[in-house]
Write a protein that binds this ligand. Structure first.
Ligand SMILES: [Zn+2]
Length: 244
C-alpha cells in the first residue's frame, strides 16, 4: 500500500502532547540522566550494558508519553498501538538512524506473558509499522523470529534493579539458524527501558551466538531514575516497565 507510506510516519515532534525529551547530556548508552557527570544506572555502573547506544522515541516515561504507552500495553488500545507505530516509523525512517543499522529486531515475548491480552503490545506496534519500515530498513519478519524468549520470567514489576538483571539471565535464545546477523549492526526494539537488563540479555545472545557486531536499542520511553528513589523502589516506580 504505497499510498499509505507518505502519511503514515509521524514525527514525535508533531504529537500534540507534552513530552519530556532525553537531554543531550544524558548517558548515550542507556539514556539515563547523569548525576555529577556519571550515569546512575546499575548496568552502566557495573559495565553490564552491551548496548552501544539507546535511542528514545518519545522521551522519559512520564505524563502523556506514559499514558499513551500504558494504553497500548495494559489496555491493548488499538488507537494507541497505531499512534505509537506511526511515531516509531517517523523516528526510524530519519536518515541518520536507518543508515546506522543493518537490522531491526523486536524484543521477543513468551506466550505466557500475554495475560489474557489478545495480542502482545510491542509485537502489535512493530507489525503495524513493518510494511512502512521495510523498504528502508531490513526487519525481522518473525517467521520464525531471529530471537525467542526461551523461558518465562516472573513479572519484573516491583523488582529491584539488581533482581531484574538476575531474572532475565538465560531467558532468550536464537530462534533460527542464520548467518544474516554475522557482523551486523542490530537495532533492538522495546517499548520501555527500565534497567536495560532485558535488552542487554538479548544483545548478549545476538553477539555471542549470532555474531552480531554491534547492538543498539530503540525504545518508546525510558524510565527515569529518581534521586529520591533507592534502587529498591525503582521497579515499583516503573509501572510500565518491560514485564513481559
Ligand atoms: Zn548509562
Amino acid at each position: 500500500m504505497a499510498a499509505r507510506v507518505g502519511t503514515y510516519p509521524l514525527s514525535p515532534r508533531r504529537l500534540a502532547m507534552r513530552l519530556e525529551p532525553i537531554p543531550p547530556d544524558a548517558c548515550p548508552r542507556c539514556a539515563q540522566r547523569r548525576l555529577a557527570g556519571r550515569c546512575v544506572s546499575l548496568g552502566c555502573r557495573q559495565g553490564w550494558l552491551p548496548l552501544r547506544h539507546t535511542h528514545v522515541v518519545l522521551g522519559y516515561n512520564q505524563g502523556d508519553a506514559r499514558r499513551l504507552v500504558l494504553a497500548a500495553k495494559d489496555a491493548a488500545n488499538r488507537n494507541a498501538v497505531t499512534l505509537l507505530a506511526r511515531v516509531l516509523a517517523g523516528y526510524l525512517l530519519a536518515e541518520e538512524v536507518r543508515q546506522a543499522y543493518d537490522w531491526l529486531l523486536p524484543v521477543p515475548f513468551h506466550p505466557g506473558a500475554l495475560r489474557g491480552r489478545p495480542v502482545h503490545p510491542l509485537t502489535a506496534i512493530y507489525l503495524d509499522a513493518l510494511s512502512v519500515l521495510r523498504p528502508a530498513i531490513r526487519c525481522d519478519d518473525l517467521e520464525p523470529p531471529f530471537l525467542v524468549q526461551a523461558r518465562a520470567t516472573p513479572s519484573l514489576r516491583g523488582q529491584s534493579e539488581a533482581a531484574r538483571w538476575r531474572v532475565v539471565r538465560g531467558a532468550f535464545a536464537i530462534g533460527r539458524t542464520t548467518r544474516m546477523l554475522s557482523g551486523a549492526r542490530v537495532l533492538l526494539l522495546d517499548d520501555v527501558m527500565t534497567t536495560g537488563a532485558t535488552l542487554s540479555e538479548c544483545a548478549r545472545v545476538l553477539i555471542e551466538e549470532a555474531g552480531a557486531a554491534l547492538i543498539a536499542a530503540v525504545v518508546l520511553v525510558r524510565q527515569p531514575w529518581r534521586a529520591d528513589a533507592a534502587t529498591r523502589t525503582q521497579g515499583r516506580l516503573a509501572r510500565t516497565a518491560h514485564d513481559d
